[in-house]
Design a protein around this ligand. Structure first.
Ligand SMILES: [Zn+2]
Length: 236
């Protein structure tokens, strides 16, 4: 069974209780000896490791790891603080924004995000795309193809996170918040409309993307009612 490791909690000397998601469920299991670097299962001791595992029942409240084969490691030799911060934030989002029994719905997006981060080395766009998928799957989809208030497709003049989408000229009111400029609105539309992580190949303006990153962060915090802890490395 293919899994992505979400958390590792030390248990006794070299054992750990591991929480992970597969394509079908969120699971918790006991992994004996994984804190020992020499253990054949030690790759599971890193968050966002993708591995093929086999579990067995034993005399413990959770299933026990029988064996594992690492498929992909999020670690790499030249990790800078943005890369590390992105790994931590991706893990934190899946663990905290969704109830434990629903975390597994993020499996295909998280798998792609971990691979994209490592292979393309663009933490900012990788996170923006993952956050967009999280916003949608969490039920807080942003409207970027028509006016969120009247459904009209033309004359879009603003974007409002409070209203959750584009606002047209007729619906726009001067006391409404105008959160983004035109190029930021176009970039946001590309991100929200991207069904996967393919946008990573496209050139974009880093300053605009950083504005969107800050807005996404606030929007997710407000919508999901959660405050991020691992954001400092990424915004300084
Ligand atoms: Zn309108």
């Amino acid at each position: 069974m293919k899994i992505i490791v979400l958390s590792i909690n030390p248990y006794k000397e070299k054992d750990a209780i591991v929480t992970a998601i597969s394509e079908e469920e969120t699971m918790t299991f006991l992994a004996r000896g994984i804190k020992d670097p020499k253990s054949k299962n030690s790759a599971l001791n890193n968050v966002l490791t993708i591995a093929d595992i086999e579990l067995m029942d034993g005399d413990f409240k959770h299933p026990i790891l029988k064996n594992s084969k690492p498929l992909f490691s999020s670690l790499k030799i030249d990790m800078d603080e943005k890369y590390l911060g992105a790994i931590m934030l991706m893990d934190e989002m899946i663990l905290n924004l969704f109830p434990s029994e629903e975390q597994y719905i993020m499996f295909p997006y998280l798998e792609k995000a971990v691979e994209t981060l490592k292979n393309k080395n663009d933490w900012l766009m990788t996170l923006l795309l993952l956050m967009s998928h999280i916003i949608r799957l969490g039920g807080f989809q942003l409207e970027v193809n028509r006016c969120v208030l009247c459904d009209k497709r033309n004359g879009i003049v603003a974007f409002s996170f409070t209203d959750g989408g584009f606002i047209c000229q007729e619906c726009y009111d001067t006391d409404m918040s105008r959160d983004l400029n035109k190029t930021q609105m176009l970039l946001l539309r590309d991100i929200v409309n991207c069904p996967d992580f393919s946008l990573i190949e496209k050139e974009y303006n880093k300053t605009d993307a950083m504005v969107l990153f800050n807005k996404f962060q606030q929007y997710i915090e407000d919508a999901f009612g959660y405050r991020f802890k691992n954001i400092r490395l990424l915004i300084e």
